[in-house]
Design a protein around this ligand. Structure first.
Ligand SMILES: *[C@@H]1O[C@H](CO)[C@@H](O)[C@H](O)[C@H]1NC(C)=O
Ligand SMILES: [Zn+2]
Length: 303
């Protein structure tokens, strides 16, 4: 999602006099913040943009939204081949090793390419998606591209090109020990342009149990950073990831924007739905029915 912007960023760094291609969040400057993105990137002003506020009562039940199948999410590597970097907008981890998702009514298998985060400040929430108007402290995006396209850059030009999984965080009193590998690595990439290598860890460790991911929201939208391509099949899980306040604060304390200001409030505001449907999976309902069916069967058998 951010490789293009990284390219543009390095371009701007080498030619500081050229303003074209420069974008930022309002926390850096309102002159290059989200409402200005469409001037340089017209797609950012189109009708199928992300993120959105998900109204749970208006979500349409879709029985074809089976559980997502996670492939290679348990993969662990011994050689440091994942690249963590500060691209000036977020911390992103470029991943490899046959990690993919399918099922969940996705039209194909989608290969994982990177994950990254959006957050607020030590006192403000910073998720991109909202649920019933509530903004969460942080949001993780795991970005995948349709394997029928050779690369993310090709995939992002197509309406079925990209599948992003969105995970929301909630503050907890307990440390989320599974997040420590990542949080400890933040200090290696505190400045824009810094990068470092990590040993691949199981992605399952940093997301909720698959059982709790059967319920999700689905809609068609866009990348939430320029050029805002409308190529994303969004899956947003309401089951939050717990994180301790001290852990959360390390994102705003250890990472810095290009201008050396603390990296904070790096989320895009919610966008208009413009009549797009939002669907909800029905796994929970089906489980409930299965439970009742077995009660009825048990009663029948006992008669
Ligand atoms: C991070 O980037 C800064 C500024 O470019 C540089 O001075 C520093 O050496 C980099 N640190 C690492 C660990 O790469
Ligand atoms: Zn994102």
């Amino acid at each position: 999602m951010h490789s293009l912007s990284l390219l543009l960023l390095s371009f701007c760094l080498s030619f500081p006099s050229l303003e074209a291609g420069h974008w930022c969040y309002d926390s850096q400057s309102i002159n290059c913040g989200p409402i200005t993105w469409k001037n340089e990137y017209p797609t950012c002003g189109q009708n199928n943009q992300s993120p959105i506020n998900i109204l749970t009562k208006k979500a349409k039940l879709d029985r074809s939204l089976a559980p997502i199948i996670f492939k290679g999410y348990d993969h662990v590597g011994t050689e440091p081949t994942w690249q963590i970097s500060n691209n000036g907008h977020t911390v992103t981890v470029k991943i490899n090793g046959h990690i993919a998702i399918e099922g969940g009514n996705l039209p194909n298998t989608y290969k994982a390419v990177q994950f990254h985060y959006h957050w607020g400040t030590v006192s403000n929430p910073g998720s991109e998606h909202k649920i019933d108007g509530e903004q969460y402290p942080m949001e993780m995006h795991i970005v995948h591209h349709n394997e029928k396209y050779g690369s993310f850059e090709d995939a992002v030009k197509n309406p079925d090109g990209v599948a992003v999984l969105g995970f929301l965080f909630e503050e907890s009193t307990k440390n989320n020990e599974e997040m420590n590998v990542l949080i400890n690595a933040l200090q290696l990439v505190s400045k824009t342009g810094n990068s470092s290598l990590l040993k691949p860890f199981a992605l399952n460790r940093i997301i909720p149990d698959h059982e709790k991911l059967k319920k999700y929201y689905r809609y068609r939208g866009s990348l939430t950073t320029p050029a805002c391509q409308e190529s994303v099949i969004w899956t947003v899980f309401p089951e939050p990831i717990p994180i301790n306040k001290a852990q959360l604060d390390k994102f705003s304390n250890r990472l810095f924007f290009e201008d050396s200001q603390p990296m904070t409030l790096n989320f895009r505001p919610i966008q208009k739905l413009n009549g797009r449907p939002v669907y909800v999976s029905d796994s929970a309902v089906r489980l409930f029915n299965v439970a009742w069916l077995s009660v009825i069967l048990a009663v029948l058998i006992s008669m």
